[in-house]
Design a protein around this ligand. Structure first.
Ligand code: SF4
Length: 254
């Protein structure tokens, strides 16, 4: 199981890819963007962990053979950032069975091919000196601690496109080629979430209206992430799924 998110759905100039290695999390944050990130117990926990274990090698194999990008046309070639996240990636159920093997596979796959920059994203709750050493020994470039605000940095905002679970069945480049040029993904790439739905009858006011909610204290609150979530639920998610089915059937989709 994986959620991969990318900064540029065209695949050109892609700077980062976001790989959620597991739904398992020891926290249960009310504001989490996906209810699947939570604690699981007994059989359910085993099943979620098994899913992560059984899918990770396939996902890494479906990543491109080279993952670098140019800041400018004549600039230096930079390694793409691969952000490994959960949930909580340092839980025992996934740290050694999934996170460490993924890091080792990434290092092996990209050594001599421009490399990749591996970012480990964690709440920070479970970090110890020993774990830090183990991560560094496997090539961690940076650790991103998200626990301060209980919100997974990188999950938020319209710059990310979820390609849920698809990397277990298709190469990333094939998916990117299929999504490139479609209006919603171009709007995401341009960093203007309010324009995400223009081609689907969601004008900017509609998007803003869907961004409104009420806090637990009953106060009105607006956050564009909420609009993205609604748009994904109602429009983008079904579209992505339809495109996936068409790709798997080998059809050329409009
Ligand atoms: S720690 Fe992060 S992933 Fe886990 S439940 Fe909270 S917001 Fe979600």
């Amino acid at each position: 199981m994986a959620i991969a998110t990318i900064a540029d759905p065209s695949g050109e100039g892609m700077e980062s890819i976001y790989y959620v290695i597991s739904w398992l999390c020891h926290r249960h944050c009310a504001h989490c963007y996906d209810t699947r990130f939570r604690p699981y117990v007994r059989d359910e926990c085993d099943a979620v962990a098994d899913q992560a274990v059984s899918s990770h090698a396939k996902i890494v194999s479906n990543l491109p053979e080279r993952m670098t990008y140019l800041e400018t046309d004549d600039g230096a070639e930079n390694p793409v950032r691969v952000i490994l996240s959960g949930g909580e990636v340092l839980l025992d159920e996934t740290r050694e069975p999934v996170l460490y093997p993924v890091m080792e596979m990434l290092r092996e796959k990209y050594v001599g091919r421009g490399g990749v920059r591996v970012v480990v994203q964690t709440t920070g709750d479970l970090v110890t000196a020993e774990i830090l050493d183990e991560l560094l020994a496997r090539g961690m470039w940076r650790m991103s601690i998200t626990g301060m605000d209980d919100f997974p940095v990188g999950h938020e905002g319209a710059k990310r496109v979820p390609l849920i679970e698809y990397l277990t069945e298709e190469p990333l480049t094939k998916i990117l080629d299929n999504l490139a040029g479609r209006p919603a993904f171009e709007a995401i790439n341009a960093g203007v979430p309010e324009r995400l739905g223009l081609a689907f009858g969601w004008d900017e006011d509609t998007f803003r209206r869907h961004s409104e909610t009420v806090t637990p204290a009953g106060e009105p609150y607006r956050n564009l992430c909420g609009g993205c979530d609604r748009f994904h639920d109602q429009v983008l998610g079904p579209l992505i799924e339809r495109l996936r089915r068409e790709r798997l059937r080998g059809c050329d989709v409009a």
